[in-house]
Design a protein around this ligand. Structure first.
Ligand code: CP
Length: 316
């Protein structure tokens, strides 16, 4: 594997999962692998879990790590090609990316959807400049339309807790005061489909995800019905894809609560975090034994470690 930007970069998902569970059981067994190598973690956007888990994963593998918060620690970067740079951004990504690549062996990048243009976001305008010009492997730490490290940890969590071969996994939209990207739900569907699970998607009308991520799936617009018989409830807010970046509903009847969880087959509650309590999910549900959000977050370290291990082994 050269870059890690989606599940499609993983040659064998079953093997990748085995690697993740292996590093989880033996966190210090591969400390020699990244010795003398450096990972730079670039953040265009805020993070708690991704920053700490990816940095920890790199350190577990013996790598040196450097973190750069773009626009805070560094020069402000221009990302548009062909512009006259007479504004407040003194450096272009086109130079910054190969310069960063010259200092390290792997780059992790976080750059969210900007909601200025659906075409730009769905073309991964920033991430693609990293894969094109860095000269070293790139790990997506959440880009405009996918969050593969999160989905890998989600898959690990379901594999650890499932009670049947093909669990019923429900992705449900839930309300949020701000417009959020579609990266987590898009990516989640891609990974869950590849795992062969029984997938259900539920959301209010107008929140249909991009067709490329909904292939073979139909939406159940009745959330109560969608929850019936579920083994896992994965809650997430996202802004509209059709009316790109807009909030179409604040309907709090979509908040995941105990009454809805009772319709499931003793489902586990999942969320990538950070989560808005009593908007996305009630305190009662997230504080209940059904909630596995902390396990999911903890698995981020092992998912990241598996990805970095595979990249280090394939790019000696
Ligand atoms: N789930 C997740 O990516 O968390 P952070 O935004 O805190 O990294």
């Amino acid at each position: 594997m050269r870059h890690f930007t989606s599940v499609n970069d993983i040659p064998d998902l079953k093997k990748a999962l085995e690697t993740a569970f292996d590093v989880k059981s033996n966190p210090s067994a591969y400390a020699h692998l990244g010795k003398g190598k450096t990972m730079v973690l670039i953040f265009f956007n805020s993070s708690l879990r991704t920053r700490l888990s990816t940095q920890k994963a790199a350190m577990n593998l013996g790598m040196n790590t450097m973190v750069l918060n773009i626009n805070e620690d560094s020069w402000q970067l221009e990302t548009e090609l062909g512009v006259v740079m007479d504004g407040n951004k003194p450096e272009h990504l086109r130079e910054a990316v190969p310069v960063i690549g010259a200092y390290c062996d792997i780059i992790g990048v976080r750059s969210f959807a900007r909601f200025e243009s659906r075409e730009d976001d769905y073309g991964e305008k920033i991430l693609s400049q990293f894969t094109d010009y860095a000269g070293v492997p790139i790990v997506s730490m959440e880009a405009a339309i996918r969050h593969p490290l999160q989905s890998f940890a989600d898959l690990m969590t379901i594999e650890e807790l499932k009670t049947r071969e093909k669990p019923r996994v429900v992705l449900t939209w839930a309300p949020h005061p701000r417009a959020l990207p579609q990266a987590v739900p898009n990516s989640f569907l891609e990974w869950m489909r590849k795992a062969g699970y029984d997938l259900v998607v539920t959301h209010p009308e107008g929140y249909e995800l991009a067709p490329q991520f909904m292939e073979g799936l139909t939406v159940e617009y009745d959330q109560d019905k969608a929850f019936e018989g579920a083994d896992f409830i994965y809650a997430k807010n996202w802004a509209s894809y059709t009316h790109y970046g807009q909030i179409l509903s604040h309907d709090r009847s979509w908040t995941v609560d105990s009454r809805k969880m009772e319709r499931t087959d003793n489902a586990r509650f999942m969320h990538c975090l950070p989560v808005r309590r009593n908007m996305i999910v009630t305190d009662e549900v997230i504080d209940s034994p059904a909630s596995v959000v902390i396990r999911e977050a903890a698995n981020r370290e092992w998912a990241a470690m598996a990805v970095l291990k595979m990249i280090l082994e394939d790019n000696q």
